[in-house]
Write a new protein. Structure first.
Length: 302
């Protein structure tokens, strides 16, 4: 598999504006206004937000790229889970905000907001994180309910180091050996969703379940692995819910140099952890005797 770097330090690789070049010079992620967190094995900051496979649309491969528009995805989840009109407040500040103004709010726990919340495993050793917890506080600062949010993009295979060097040298775009690790959909992403969804279902105040945010191409691969979205019956929000929210570049907007391509929500689909597990376990098998046919072909008997 091969592909090209499509977004570099937040901007399109064919954007040669002062803003795009300044982001490279400062190694800055314009989404969060900090130094880019993505790096090569030798520690060099890579700045890659999205890759474009040779035969398909670009795919976001950095989770922070999904936090554009001042963490719009968290606002979208909050509206879907709790309704309109609640301010998102960093978790450690939320109690003071609610009680001082006698105003309900959403306490946000996650990186750069209120810190991630580590949840213990059954054995009592180690633990795991959900990326975000959105907790609704009433006007007296009492916890009413919460939801968890997992944000995933896709890991890469191969390397885009030569593409990085070409962009750094003269901002030219060349083909790399970088690909997308779609196997992780089955090996890592889906098992984690099922496990975390089951854990959250047992939480008395997690009344709307788990929200999963990902790029649209990742969502499509997940649905292909599960046999299609139609097999995941839509349910109203409940403790056993898993809600998929997919986002993609808004290709319908004009490309303006010096500006980031906006994102748009493409999918909002809520099902249950039971339906997800059922679909995940319902593996579609190949025809019988495929190994026999392969051996015979290798032996020259077919």
């Amino acid at each position: 598999m091969a592909g090209t770097i499509w977004e570099f330090f937040g901007y399109r690789t064919d954007d040669s504006s002062l803003e795009a070049r300044a982001a490279v010079e400062k190694k800055e992620c314009p989404i969060i206004g900090e130094v880019c967190e993505k790096s090569f094995n030798d520690g060099v900051t890579s700045g890659v937000c999205a890759l474009k496979p040779m035969t398909s649309q670009p795919v976001i491969c950095c989770p922070i790229r999904l936090y554009a528009d001042e963490y719009r995805i968290l606002k979208d989840v909050s509206i879907k889970a709790f309704g309109e009109g609640f301010k998102l407040v960093p978790g450690r500040e939320a109690l003071g905000f609610a009680t001082k103004g006698s105003e309900s709010c959403i306490a946000v726990f996650g990186k750069r907001w209120g810190g991630e919340l580590r949840l213990p495993q059954k054995s009592g050793s180690g633990g795991y994180f959900v990326d975000w917890v959105l907790a609704k506080l009433d006007a007296a600062g009492e916890l009413e309910e919460f939801v968890a949010v997992e944000v995933q993009t896709i890991d890469t295979t191969g390397t885009y180091r030569n593409g990085y060097e070409a962009l750094m040298y003269d901002r030219s775009t060349i083909k790399t050996t970088a690909g997308l690790n779609w196997e992780n959909v089955s090996k890592r992403i889906l098992p984690q969703l099922i496990y975390k969804g089951q854990v959250l279902q047992r939480e008395s105040l997690c009344k709307k379940g788990l929200f999963f945010v990902c790029p649209h191409p990742v969502y499509e691969r997940i649905m292909n692995r599960l046999g299609g979205q139609d097999g995941l019956i839509r349910y109203s929000l409940q403790p056993a819910s898993i809600s998929f929210l997919a986002y993609d570049h808004d290709y319908g907007t004009p490309k303006i140099d010096g500006q980031l391509i906006p994102l748009k929500q493409t999918v909002s689909h809520s099902t249950t952890v039971y339906k997800l597990q059922e679909a995940f376990n319902n593996v579609t098998l190949p025809d019988e005797d495929v190994y026999k046919a392969a051996i015979l072909k290798a032996l020259g008997k077919q």
